[in-house]
Design a protein around this ligand. Structure first.
Ligand SMILES: C[S@@+](CC[C@H](N)C(=O)[O-])C[C@H]1O[C@@H](n2cnc3c(N)ncnc32)[C@H](O)[C@@H]1O
Length: 211
């Protein structure tokens, strides 16, 4: 029997990430979300919460660079993108991306957002995750507490009609949280990307067009 570190090498998305030089297989979760919901449409100012090791930042940078060319027209566009990632863990640098080593639930982080962007954001992503204990119920509740912090950041910083994604764990309070999110966005959808492992109870709530 292969051990865990050997068996993941047989995983399609793990191998694909190695080939395409993404820092983690989770890159394909964001690519799948983008293909399904076109979250990055006209997104230039992007915040990624819980970024380590950085694959969502890599995907965001690629899509923001495409947007500079694709949406250089008389409608909403910006001449440059700004991307900020934050994590308690240290991340290796990425050119033209600001990486903050901090807890995003702190007051200082809100100041760091305002200092850097000086404006409202087009897109807020959160693949942030608590450290799982294995107790599905308490992990679900703790993850939702973290998601509530993400909602506060969305309320304070996302522009009108901006989009957001939040990783949640399914469980008893999922519907209550989804309802909370529905009060902020015109459309809210739940989606589990193909690359998200079946045994994981993670899913993503996608908020489109902030009210
Ligand atoms: C699944 S990983 C993110 C993977 C990342 N999206 C990627 O593609 O490389 C979740 C991250 O959330 C971070 N995290 C959890 N709570 C946080 C907090 N309050 N502030 C900053 N980072 C946090 C963890 O340290 C962890 O690195």
């Amino acid at each position: 029997m292969p051990n865990n570190s050997e068996s993941h090498k047989h995983d399609f998305f793990y191998r694909q990430a190695k080939k395409e030089k993404y820092r983690a297989r989770s890159a394909y979760k964001l690519i799948d979300l983008q293909n399904k919901f076109n979250l990055f449409k006209r997104a230039f100012y992007i915040l990624d919460l819980g970024s380590a090791p950085g694959s969502w930042l890599q995907v965001s940078k690629n899509l923001a660079e495409e947007n500079l060319k694709k949406y250089s027209d008389q409608f909403y566009h910006r001449d440059q993108y700004k991307i900020m990632g934050v994590d308690i863990k240290k991340l290796a640098p990425i050119d033209n991306v600001i990486i903050v080593n901090n807890d995003f639930t702190t007051k200082l982080f809100q100041e760091q957002i305002e200092d850097y962007f000086q404006d409202k954001l087009d897109l807020i992503l959160s693949d942030a995750s608590i450290k799982k204990t294995g107790n599905k119920f308490s992990d679900h509740i703790k993850q939702l507490q973290l998601c509530n912090e993400v909602l506060l950041i969305i309320k304070a910083n996302l522009k009108h009609k901006g989009n957001a994604v939040i990783k949640v764990f399914q469980g008893s309070d999922f519907d209550r949280f989804a309802k909370e999110m529905k009060s902020l966005f015109r459309f809210v959808k739940s989606y589990k990307p193909k690359s998200s492992k079946k045994k994981s109870n993670e899913t993503f709530l996608v908020g489109l067009q902030k009210i």
